[in-house]
Ligand binder design. Sequence first.
Ligand SMILES: Nc1ncnc2c1ncn2[C@@H]1O[C@H](COP(=O)(O)OP(=O)(O)O)[C@@H](O)[C@H]1O
Ligand SMILES: [Mg+2]
Length: 258
Amino acid sequence: MTGYQGARTITFSIYKGGTGKTTSAVNTAAALALQKKKVLLVDLDQQASATRYLGFDPQELQYNLYHVFYQNVPASVVRKTTKFGFDLLPSSSLMAAIEESLEPGDEMLLRDRLQPLQDEYDYILIDTPPGKAALAFNGIAAADLLLVPASAERMSVDGISDLVNHVQEIFWHKFQDALKQQEIRILFTMYKANTKHSPGVVQAARRIYQSNILDIQIPETIEFPRSFDKRMPLVHLLPNHPGAQSYIKLARWIIDYA
Ligand SMILES: Nc1ncnc2c1ncn2[C@@H]1O[C@H](COP(=O)(O)OP(=O)(O)O)[C@@H](O)[C@H]1O
Ligand SMILES: [Mg+2]
């Protein structure tokens, strides 16, 4: 992008749960780091799945995003270095308290808190919790690019339109200046290539969202839950596996086009 300065912020968001937000955020962060990019991953979910995926026990960390939001601890103090060549702003169950106390109008809080780190990274990736809730809204409002992970199944188009319509009608209206460059791309996950169903779902979505549907699909494979259990991104655990390769392709797409 011309005239662009500081990190590009990419938020993984869809209100539906269990569609691959955390898996995508973690593996994309790891894949970008493998491409020598400086990456910060922000875990906004009180379930702290991304934090756990990266081998941290949320209970044992002194600081997490709660302290960034409410105790004025700088994000630079709270961040942790992962074993995988990138940094993490960890989450914990304390994040529930933030969710409780955020009010309409507080959507830009995270964007403000991340501002001091902008120049230290090439990419800031944000993993959001499911549901139409304040922390997810903060993740959306901080994004230059929204990546929408949708599982390649029948009802997924509803989940996509729920997010896309809400963002375009509410966010782009309310925060016109800040979000005028924001882009949305849809990433199909849990894709079963050897069925008729998954390609059909992507085709149907493409009729509506056209070039906003990425050409990269993430295959469905048991290796993703396994990699979570092993606390290691699949791009490290099995770098040649098609699942890992799909996130490596996504990282290349981000570097070239996003
Ligand atoms: N491509 C995939 N193939 C198979 N299972 C997947 C895939 N992506 C994610 N999963 C699994 O599906 C579950 C939900 O994924 P997750 O990334 O946690 O979704 P979300 O963050 O949207 O709730 C997890 O158990 C995860 O390991
Ligand atoms: Mg998640």
